[in-house]
Design a protein around this ligand. Structure first.
Ligand code: ZN
Length: 472
């Protein structure tokens, strides 16, 4: 077994779901102690280990390597696996490694294995290394957001939290979550109601799928309520699950002063037309409409404020990149609506660029003010904007071409990752990323290609040596 596979298996034997990284942080810290390496650990259990430059890399500029300690804890239904106590049950088959019934955590266990491999190896050439192990990445980049960069000297960084072997990330998005809220005002009695229920829309990720023109069920319900063109009072509106997901379901109950066959006919006709124009993006979407009994609802004004705040929300892509084909530069998504004492509408905004994000936040704030709703933004993190000039990327491309006799591919994502946070904290940071082939990330089907795992480590070792030779 190779040294890095040994470390990977060690990682898999220590429970490390998000928010419970202490044991794995202990392991990494004891590794640093055993190897007499400088290290620090903060209250979030982020660990930084430094190793001086080695052989031809003694006098090189340092480089930051980075991955996260936590893993997504998913298991198949019926499994009694305990992510807080049990070691993953590893399966090696046909060149792949996976875990029985659970996620594997190759996202991001490979990064830990690689960094420990480099820290342990006294024969290779490498620049001074700053190896950073973060926590709570999978639950909102929390460890990274709170990490104090005071001990980081590097102006270049290799992110070890991507996959695909022959690819490097050249931009990732920043993001912010937010919510509109409105305290419920006095109730009005409506003698009848209409219930509009939408299910099975395609949905998707608010970053990766936002360009696909899929139905946002909550936007669609707002449009539906307006298109009915009758006096209505909002009685109930729920749907969606998370700010970061395009909602796949929603139910709207509107109070009516009277029900009529003509209204039902119009509503059903409208549903058919919507299904017709969505037939390609949302083929399984179902719209059910029925009359209901008397309900309590909001007064007219409040009804329209809530519905219009969704109707006029800048859903979807607002700006595409002129430099990178298919990459959104600014987008927003309404993710959920619920109500108790307050109406709450949750949303997210994404952009690799701060100024664009600000534009949208101001627009959304203005909308909220017009609709007399409160608005709050939270969990904001910066993006990694595309850099037309990047020395490290050019070096990696040249190295990869000669080392593997293959072209390096560039990956532009509208999803968020820790690279944006490092770029936000060190604006001049030059960034690339690498990672092996793995599939089914965040699901119990997660698996990693073992040969690719070894090859990408060779790429990493080779590239670090290349950087030393370049500098000499
Ligand atoms: Zn990851």
């Amino acid at each position: 077994m190779s040294q890095i596979l040994h470390y990977f298996k060690e990682v898999c034997s220590i429970p490390h779901p998000s928010f419970h990284e202490e044991k794995l942080a202990d392991y990494v810290v004891s590794f640093a102690k055993e190897h007499s390496l400088w290290y620090s650990r903060d209250e979030h259990h982020n660990v930084l280990i430094k190793k001086p430059g080695q052989n031809r890399g003694i006098h090189c500029d340092p480089i930051l390597l980075q991955g996260h300690l936590d893993m997504v804890a998913e298991k198949i239904s019926g499994s009694d696996f305990d992510f807080h106590k049990d070691a993953l049950k590893l399966i090696e088959k046909d060149g792949w490694i996976s875990a029985k019934d659970t996620t594997l955590g190759s996202d991001d266990g490979f990064a830990i294995a690689y960094m420990l491999g480099l820290l342990n190896d006294n024969t290779i050439d490498h620049p001074p290394l700053e190896c950073l192990f973060t926590t709570k990445e999978e639950v909102g980049l929390i460890g990274a957001i709170h990490f104090d960069m005071k001990d980081i000297e590097s102006k270049r960084c290799i992110g070890l939290d991507s996959s695909g072997e022959n690819r490097t990330i050249i931009t990732s998005s920043g993001g912010v979550r937010g919510k509109f809220s409105l305290k419920r005002r006095k109730k009005v009695f409506y003698p009848a109601s209409i219930i509009i229920k939408i299910t099975n829309a395609t949905g998707g990720h608010s970053g990766n799928d936002i360009t696909k023109n899929r139905v946002n069920v909550l936007k669609l319900l707002a449009q539906f309520a307006k298109d009915l063109k009758v006096d209505i009072g909002l009685s109930s509106w729920v749907g969606g699950n998370s700010e970061n997901a395009i909602p796949t379901w929603g139910t709207l109950i509107l109070g009516l002063y009277e029900k009529s066959d003509e209204l039902m006919h119009r509503a059903k006709d409208l549903a058919l037309k919507i299904q017709d124009y969505s037939r390609h993006s949302d083929p399984a979407m179902k719209i059910d409409i029925e009359f209901g009994r008397e309900v309590a609802g909001c007064p007219k004004e409040e009804t329209h404020e809530i519905i219009e705040s969704v109707l006029f929300f800048p859903q979807g892509v607002a700006k595409m990149s002129d430099e990178i084909e298919g990459l959104p530069l600014l987008s927003a998504n309404i993710g959920f609506i619920r109500h108790d004492e307050y109406w709450t509408i949750g949303f997210s905004v994404r952009s690799p660029m701060d100024v664009l994000m600000e534009h949208h936040m101001v627009k959304i704030e203005t909308l909220a003010k017009r609709m007399r709703m409160d608005v709050e933004f939270f969990s904001r993190y910066p993006g990694f904007p595309y850099q037309p000039e990047s020395t490290l990327r050019n070096q990696f491309e040249t190295f990869y071409q000669s080392f593997r006799n293959q072209n390096l591919n560039f990956e532009a994502t509208h999803g968020g990752c820790e690279l944006g946070i490092w770029k936000g904290k060190i604006p001049q940071l030059d960034i690339i990323s690498m990672g092996p082939i793995n599939e089914g990330i965040h699901t119990p089907q997660e698996r990693m290609d073992l040969a690719s795992f070894e090859r990408v480590y060779e790429n990493l070792v080779g590239f670090l040596a290349y950087l030393c030779h370049e500098a000499n």
